[in-house]
Ligand binder design. Structure first.
Ligand code: UDP
Length: 374
């Protein structure tokens, strides 16, 4: 039977985690297998950076992003517009990734149009519907609609079984972010222009330990971001560290970081980076402070300790493996654990084992095999 896959993506992490699947499926296209890629562009600029790097040109671009978009308004527009495209394209299967409004509305629209759904990165759960908000509920909704669940880890598979998803619908594949990371790393190593991208920072701060910081989670807006900036200022009182911070364009974080850190001599504030450039930053960093999901999954490949600036994580595999630690958006814990990693070689060595519990770089291969065999 002819298979027509329809892949939906709306944000930077979806594009990063789906481009390895898209490129593999593209290579399989023939008279019986076809592929349509639909970008909702829930986040315009950050998405475009990845699409360009991965050479993915969407067949549809819904361009739904508006200034100050609210969740309800965004979801309503996504649902209606994805529904319209499904009506025109009539795919045999929709593939969504993760826990965004695009994934959730895409799954719901597919259900209304009676198209089966595959969920990439299925089974992540924090157990708290307000942390992360609204992602925990988004992914639960996708999970209740999907009939193919690509769980990155055994733990994610267990969470799905506990919600009565039948075992034959769950496939443990690894997380495709590790595939993406390996591809990006190879691109950097093969291109002298990419591999020399950060020579300026190395020259200026090479004898300092570089702390890579990313912060964009909704739960940290307001008081959390202020605690984080205060902690960074204290950490920066040491001459032996430099902070590199690609600033998320959301004004809730951008404006605070710019006002408080822009003039500091050992802070490098930069705009959101191309994926390949971010991967080079990761390999250069001594340790990582982040509230991002994807960055928690990537850092162990390079053996970089991660301090997670959240109270809970739906990705506890890093904490269990000893490569990540939860510090919340809490001043004392951020400063205390950072200083410990800077001063205690044993702690640093224990957290910097380069083993990635999230995947082995072959997730997209496994996913495509299931998609083609089903
Ligand atoms: N990333 C990037 N450029 C940057 C910062 C992050 O390409 O300047 C990548 C990072 O490697 C990871 C992904 O973006 O794969 C994480 O996205 P984000 O933190 O926006 O979302 P989350 O993972 O928390 O959903």
């Amino acid at each position: 039977m002819r298979k027509h896959f329809f892949i939906l993506l709306g944000t930077r992490p979806e594009a990063i985690k789906l481009f390895p699947v898209i490129n593999r499926l593209k290579a399989e296209q023939n008279k019986d297998i076809s592929l349509t890629v639909c970008a909702t562009a829930q986040h315009r600029e950050l998405l475009d950076q990845v699409l360009k790097m991965a050479k993915v040109v969407p067949d549809f671009d819904l361009d739904v992003m508006t200034v100050n978009q609210t969740l309800d308004n965004l979801t309503g527009r996504l649902l209606a517009q994805i529904g319209d495209v499904l009506e025109r394209v009539k795919p045999t299967r929709v593939i969504v990734q993760g826990d965004t409004a695009t994934a959730m509305a895409g799954a719901l629209a597919s259900y209304y149009h009676r198209v089966p759904v595959s969920h990439v990165e299925a089974g992540l759960r924090s157990g708290d519907i307000f942390a992360p908000w609204p992602e925990e509920v988004n992914r639960k909704i996708v999970g209740s609609i999907a009939d193919q669940h690509f769980a990155p880890t055994e733990r994610a598979a267990r969470a799905l079984r506990a919600e009565n998803v039948s075992n034959d619908r769950i496939h443990v594949t690894g997380n495709t972010v590790v595939d993406a990371l390996i591809i990006a790393k190879a691109m950097v190593e093969a291109d002298p222009q990419l591999s020399s991208r950060w020579d300026g920072i190395k020259k200026r701060h090479g004898n300092r330990r570089i702390i890579l910081v990313t912060c964009h989670r909704r739960e940290n807006f307001g008081g959390g971001v202020l605690n984080i900036v205060n902690a960074l200022e204290t950490i920066l009182s040491r001459e032996d560290v430099a902070v590199v911070l690609p600033v998320h364009p959301n004004p809730n974080v951008r404006d605070v970081f710019a006002a408080r850190l822009a003039d500091h001599p050992r802070v490098v504030l930069i705009s959101p980076q191309e994926y390949t450039d971010f991967v080079s930053l990761l390999s250069m960093a001594h340790l990582v402070l982040t509230d991002s999901g994807g960055v928690q999954e990537e850092a162990p490949t390079f053996g970089k300790p991660v301090l997670v600036m959240r109270e809970t994580t739906e990705r506890p595999e890093g904490v269990d493996a000893g490569t990540a630690r939860l510090v919340g958006a809490n001043y004392d814990r951020i400063v205390g654990e950072t200083f410990r990693l800077l001063d205690d070689d044993e702690t640093y060595a224990a957290m910097s084992r380069s083993h990635n519990p999230f995947g082995d770089g072959r997730a997209s291969e496994r996913i495509v095999k299931v998609l083609l065999d089903a």
